[in-house]
Design a protein around this ligand. Sequence first.
Ligand SMILES: C[S@@+](CC[C@H](N)C(=O)[O-])C[C@H]1O[C@@H](n2cnc3c(N)ncnc32)[C@H](O)[C@@H]1O
Length: 330
Amino acid sequence: MDIGFMTFSKLAFGHWEGQPLYALAELGVPELLASGPKTCAALAEQLECPEDALERLLDSAVALKILSFCNGEYKNEECAQRFMTTATGETLIHWIKIMSRWKSPWIELSTAIRNGETTDDQAKWLGKDPEFMRDFILGMHEFASRSSAQFAQALNDVPVTRFIDVGGGAGTYTIALCKARAETRATILDLASVLRITEETVAKHGLSKQIDTRAIDYRVDEFGEYADAILFSNVLHQESASNCRSMLDRAKSALRQGGALVIQGYFLNDDRRSPHFTTLHNLSALALWDGGRSWTLRDMQELILEAGFSEPEVKTRDSSGLSIIVARKH
Ligand SMILES: C[S@@+](CC[C@H](N)C(=O)[O-])C[C@H]1O[C@@H](n2cnc3c(N)ncnc32)[C@H](O)[C@@H]1O
């Protein structure tokens, strides 16, 4: 089916739409408006920027329905107040900022395709640039928090008394699981630089007694032993096939007999051309991660079987491709 000129031309303008959002987040405009409406002149003075330039940004934000304009003053629309300020527990401000920071590798996509590898340095968001890393880890946490309760529910019938979360980031899914299952004792494994943020998040949720952390490089280090369940959430798309094989082998060693391997991530349908979001996720894995890719469900299930696990079952799958697969060590 032909998409026609209007839809086609929107694709070419596509990246314009996000730019005002990124600029508002980077300048901190919604935070400045959190306590009430302000004129452009007042905002320009606080931000020390030319009024004319700021006015163009504010007016485009009104057109995008992020801000509103009334009696000469700009005001946060509800979405800006909820998602772009720290006034509520629903903020997505770090997530918007990490999306903005990742504009640069996306702009280089054709080069990434020519060379078959990322054009950026993932070390920047894995610790080399601490502010970049904070936006990455807290951004993932803010976004993931929206589906973490459903994650815990999907594991209702999986024993999780001893739980390991590999590449757990801020601990979003382990926190949700520990809140739902008082019996759970969990260890979050991640890079040493990241774990400082993990510990802050865990403490904020009052779960320091249920959750501990251990610094590892998941490409080479062991994950532990006698676990009931081990989780890879949104990590395998970052790695080459050989790293994934090695990680699954070490996951097997870390589980007790009958223990569960839990893999969460965005998976392509077997045709590789759907769901729409995961086809883009697959490109972002190429643009951002050294050797990364989005797997199809079938290829991931084969990888799991090759690693010696049995019964890989797709527990949940949404229309964007976000899925949870559970397999057993027998
Ligand atoms: C996309 S985030 C996913 C975080 C979390 N599991 C989730 O689903 O929201 C990827 C995580 O992998 C971690 N990571 C990346 N490379 C790693 C490595 N070599 N060793 C350990 N952790 C690593 C990152 O620090 C980050 O926390």
